[in-house]
Design a protein around this ligand. Structure first.
Ligand code: HCB
Length: 217
């Protein structure tokens, strides 16, 4: 099967909530030598984008998204170890504190970004989903003096607003200069990053790793 055809099938397995099929196709794609990152970006994530659009247009509802997410998570269980294999050891990249904003449980992109940062030499402190800003600030304080980057995700316009509060809290606690701050997720834009005084954003997990390495130089 040509790669393009495989990507279409992977995409469709997400859109059609075909959990078993998605896992099987992912395995087939890996066996065919397609890189894990391509399987994610050109196949699975493309499917998730369609699912989001269909949800917005009220063509599908929450139970269907949950099944699509389950299919993607199943595929990620196979792909994550592959991504981790590329880990570059021995580089002084620093600590990445990764988390999803308060009120937000969307964790697929967050886990992917955390994996890619780990594969690029960062030590990862994953605080998980629905994380209070106070918890993030506590962790930054604990690691003051080290090379640290905050990597926050928000998938909803509502939870994204908490990123501004986090930046304010870091300034109030005199911790802003102790960390680099990168935020991402669908609603996050360059304009927003500038408005809240953060350092960077990235479109996807591969770019997040590149950007993080760049801002930590
Ligand atoms: Co959910 N949901 N959802 N959802 N959901 C979205 C996010 C909407 C955009 C769908 C829509 O309306 N079009 C929408 C938010 C609208 C808005 O605020 N503007 C929405 C909504 C409204 C909701 C609920 C409120 C629905 C409800 O209950 N009525 C509810 C919220 C629950 C909550 O968080 N409190 C909800 C629930 C769910 C689930 C549980 C069914 C499921 C999540 C399962 C899970 O994560 N374990 C879900 C899903 C899957 C989605 C969509 C369809 C896909 C998200 C996804 O996983 N994408 C999403 C639609 C969309 O985003 N287009 C929809 C795939 C990953 C790989 O991409 O964008 O997450 P990503 O991450 C990328 C990228 O952003 C970047 O790199 C990642 C990897 O390439 N990145 C960073 C991410 N973080 C970064 C950090 C950095 O520093 C740098 C880059």
């Amino acid at each position: 099967m040509a790669n393009e055809e495989m990507f279409d099938k992977l995409r469709d397995s997400i859109v059609n909530q075909d959990i078993a099929g998605c896992v099987q196709l992912t395995q087939e794609a890996l066996s065919a030598g397609i890189p894990a990152l391509d399987i994610i970006t050109k196949g699975l994530s493309a499917g998730m984008k369609i699912v989001g659009d269909k949800f917005e247009a009220a063509e599908i509802f929450l139970p269907q998204i949950m099944m699509s997410a389950k299919a993607m998570s199943g595929a990620m269980e196979i792909l994550t170890p592959e991504l981790e294999k590329t880990r570059k050891e021995g580089e002084e990249t620093g600590l990445a504190i990764t988390f999803v904003a308060e009120g937000d449980i969307h964790d697929i992109g967050h886990r992917l970004v955390s994996t890619m940062l780990g594969a690029n030499g960062f030590d990862i402190l994953d605080l998980g989903t629905d994380v209070l800003n106070e918890t993030v600030v506590e962790e930054v304080a604990k690691h003051k003096g080290e090379k640290v980057i905050l990597v926050g995700s928000a998938l909803m316009t509502t939870s994204m607003l908490g990123q501004k509060d986090l930046m304010d809290l870091l300034r109030e606690e005199n911790l802003r200069d102790s960390v680099k701050c990168m935020f991402g997720g669908a609603p996050v834009s360059e304009g927003w990053i500038e408005e809240i005084g953060a350092d960077a954003t990235a479109e996807n997990a591969a770019e997040a790793a590149k950007v993080a390495l760049e801002v930590m130089k």
